[in-house]
Design a protein around this ligand. Structure first.
Ligand code: PGA
Length: 259
């Protein structure tokens, strides 16, 4: 199964809509100068909600090959949900993706596995590809070992949602924003366990087709090691996605290793 690697930039709460336009423009030029083949390695950005319309307008007017998505969506379609954003609105903006269940949403907004499952279902319903984030804290890893918590979190989603195109991002909480990335071996072990979980719930075909990303302190200096692993199909990049040169270098990971 040939899975197209995905390099996804999660901007978190950074860059307003004017900065977003400048950043996406610069990213597109940088990748064009480098003759980046977007069919070979897909590049997507995840700006804050207020940037999305500007990013969409730029991408569509200039026919840029960069894809985009939101960082969250509501589990509901519409109604009395102050501050929330419907997947229908994101689909109307031609967003292709939406991050679901990022650990910052889980901890700061109390999102449970059930809420993450409902949001995943909402994304699929609206034709968006959810990037479902799972991963253990340092404490959980010590107590329960590797390959357990992330798979359990994903299981709730897989049980609640019919087989569909999703992306899974394995993001150990201890590696996010810490500068201390997992090793390539650790990432492979977890991503393989996640893929086995998908196979058990949704079947081998779905497991072989689903892209599983690694996230947590990814940089141009460590990306190649992750992507050399058979079950790691890309990266969800936080801090390093705000630096265009660095993010473009991550997307150009094949250059670092001649993969
Ligand atoms: P980081 O964040 O790359 O800054 O560690 C990753 C993420 O939270 O998606």
């Amino acid at each position: 199964m040939n899975r197209t690697p995905l390099i996804a930039g999660n901007w978190k709460m950074n860059l307003d809509h004017l900065q977003a336009i400048a950043t996406v423009q610069k990213l597109a030029w940088t990748l064009k100068d480098a003759r980046h083949d977007h069919d070979d390695v897909e590049v997507a950005v995840f700006p804050p909600f207020t940037d999305l319309r500007s990013v969409q307008t730029l991408i569509s007017a200039d026919k840029l090959p960069i894809r985009f998505g939101a960082q969250d969506l509501s589990q509901y379609d519409s109604g009395a949900h102050t501050g929330d954003v419907s997947g229908a609105f994101l689909a109307a903006l031609d967003a292709q993706y939406v991050i679901v269940g990022h650990s910052e949403r889980r901890t700061m907004h109390g999102e449970t596995d059930e809420v993450v499952a409902a949001k995943t279902a909402a994304a699929v319903k609206h034709g968006l590809v959810p990037v479902v984030c799972v991963g253990e804290t340092g404490e959980q890893r010590e107590e329960r070992g590797a390959g357990v918590v992330a798979v359990e979190q994903l299981q709730v989603v897989l049980d609640a949602v019919q087989p569909a195109e999703i992306v899974v991002a394995y993001e150990p909480v201890w590696a996010i924003g810490s500068g201390q990335a997992a090793t390539a071996d650790q990432a492979q072990e977890e991503c393989a366990a996640i893929r086995r979980g998908i196979a058990a719930a949704w079947g081998e075909e779905a497991a072989a087709a689903t892209r599983v990303l690694y996230g947590g302190s990814v940089k141009s200096g460590n990306i190649a090691g992750f992507l050399r692993e058979p079950d790691v199909d890309g990266a969800l990049v936080g801090g390093a996605s705000l630096d265009v040169q660095e993010f473009a270098a991550i997307a150009r990971f094949r250059q670092h290793v001649g993969l």
